[in-house]
Design a protein around this ligand. Structure first.
Ligand SMILES: [Zn+2]
Length: 118
């Protein structure tokens, strides 16, 4: 891969990583024991209206799924940065063929080529 393009994608990945970490920080606390994991705080119940509690649980569920999606994305980014270090970046993890540059430009953390993703 072109060195210039690789640097550009690396920058993109790092920017996306910072953005994701910022969003995760606003959702919960970083888990100090597990790298790349966030603990979403559970809303406190005041023992009042049951209906309200149900809403809070639902809200928590939404938060969890958002947090989960963000963490997954972060893992992909970290994985791509790791592969860059090892010189394995841009290679499909399934068929071991190069991922197209157009695909990497649009989605730098892609782990699979277009064919294997489908
Ligand atoms: Zn592939």
């Amino acid at each position: 891969m072109d060195k210039k393009l690789k640097e550009k994608l690396k920058k993109k990945l790092k920017e996306a990583k910072e953005k994701l970490e910022g969003r995760l920080d606003s959702l919960g606390k970083r888990n100090k024991k597990v790298k790349g994991d966030w603990i979403t705080s559970y809303p406190e119940f005041d023992g009042g209206n049951l209906e309200e509690e149900a809403d809070e649980v639902e809200e928590y569920g939404n938060l969890l799924s958002v947090g989960y999606t963000l963490e997954l994305e972060l893992k992909k980014i970290n994985n791509s940065l790791e592969k860059m270090k090892k010189g394995q970046y841009g290679i499909c993890e399934k068929c071991k063929k190069p991922i197209s540059q157009a695909r990497l430009k649009a989605y730098p953390q892609a782990a699979f080529c277009k064919k294997c993703q489908e």
